[in-house]
Design a protein around this ligand. Structure first.
Ligand code: F0G
Length: 350
């Protein structure tokens, strides 16, 4: 039975008997074999679908820890900047904990599903006339001046919770994958996964480590370009970030593991988005498809290298987060009168 990741991985997490555990039974997400992707690469591609978490993204792993620890410290309010998913998760877990949440979002640049979540969970939502980086800067300032707990991934408990993604992968396979593909935005998640793998390695649970390959969107690729991007742009609004908070840690993960931080174009992201939907049967949000876009790019540039390898791609959030993108990317449904004959003609049955 699912009991939430704090109970499941208690001995690897900084919690004690005094920590009030706030959980929505997050974690335990499926590792789905990518049929078409395995054929395409010649490897065994496994898709870790984080969209089945309670609020529909991987953020719940980190947020159950961050909110539990905030409550333990006696916090009455939490705050974050967000491209959407962090705010949805913070709002839900804060609601569960009975504390206030304040979220700053870049005006007009957050997907509708995410906004609806923050609103329905009762967060105080403030749209900033700027981007995520502006919002994060303001959250850091406010939380340093007032007794409000910051719950962005600068908060170490977020990383602690999110590292359990690696534990689940290794527990399920009995070993680590050879390659780990993951989208990179604020760079908290790649930091967390790498920490998780290293902890399992140190504990003797796994005997090898994966190569970490992180993917930014071309229009929002500060790490790849080696400089802050003042006006990041991408269809993958979740990773529309020009100055990632965990920049250095992401570089360390790539370097230590023999991997790389690379970038993919919006076109590559959308093409992976459609492939996942149409050929694998998995609906993700555009940012989540960056890992698969990265896999396809890597495979194109290094033919044969992935043959017989075990490859995990993290699919960070459900497609229902961004219904507008799905509709925009698809043909308008045909409209017909309620007449059988016309329907038969449309369906090519006559
Ligand atoms: N995928 C999705 C769906 C995300 O929402 C995010 C980040 C990422 C990937 C990148 O993860 O930041 O740890 O490198 N979303 C944050 C937010 C920024 O505010 O929801 P990261």
């Amino acid at each position: 039975m699912k009991k939430g990741l704090i109970e499941k991985y208690r001995k690897f997490l900084p919690v004690s008997d005094k920590t009030p555990v706030i959980t929505l039974n997050e974690g335990d997400t499926p590792l789905i074999k990518g049929k078409v992707l395995s054929e395409l690469t010649g490897g065994k591609v496994l898709l870790k679908f984080e969209g089945t978490n309670p609020t529909g993204s991987f953020k719940d792993r980190g947020m159950c820890m961050a909110i539990s620890k905030a409550l333990e410290k006696g916090a009455e309010a939490v705050m974050c900047a967000s491209t959407g998913n962090t705010s949805a998760s913070a709002a839900a877990y804060a609601a569960r904990a009975g504390i206030k949440s304040i979220v700053l979002i870049p005006e007009g640049k957050i997907a509708r599903g995410k906004l609806s979540q923050a609103l329905i969970h009762g967060a105080q939502v403030i749209a900033i006339q700027g981007n995520f980086d502006d919002a994060l800067r303001m959250v850091v300032e406010i939380t340093s001046r007032y007794p409000i707990q910051l719950v962005n991934s600068i908060n170490p408990y977020r990383i602690e919770g999110q590292k359990t993604g690696s534990f689940e992968i290794c527990d399920e396979m009995g070993k680590a994958p050879d390659y780990h593909f993951i989208p990179v935005g604020n760079a908290g998640n790649i930091t967390a996964y790498w920490k998780g793998y290293k902890e399992y390695y140190s504990a003797g649970i796994i005997s090898s480590l994966p190569r970490m390959r992180g993917y930014q969107a071309e229009g929002a690729a500060p790490i790849v370009r080696g400089k802050v991007v003042p006006n990041p742009e991408t269809v993958a609004t979740a990773i529309r970030i020009g100055n990632p908070a965990r920049w250095k840690e992401a570089e360390t993960a790539a370097r230590e593991s023999g991997g790389k931080i690379d970038m993919v174009s919006d076109q590559e992201i959308l093409s992976a988005y459609h492939l996942l939907g149409k050929e694998e049967g998995i609906f993700v949000e555009p940012a989540s498809a960056a890992s698969v876009a990265g896999l396809l790019k890597f495979n194109r540039e290094n033919p044969g290298v992935l043959k017989d390898k075990i490859i995990v791609c993290i699919l960070t959030g459900t497609g229902l987060k961004d219904p507008d993108r799905a509709v925009k990317e698809s043909p308008v449904p045909e409209s017909v009168p309620p007449t059988l004959k016309i329907l038969e003609e449309k369906l090519g049955l006559k």
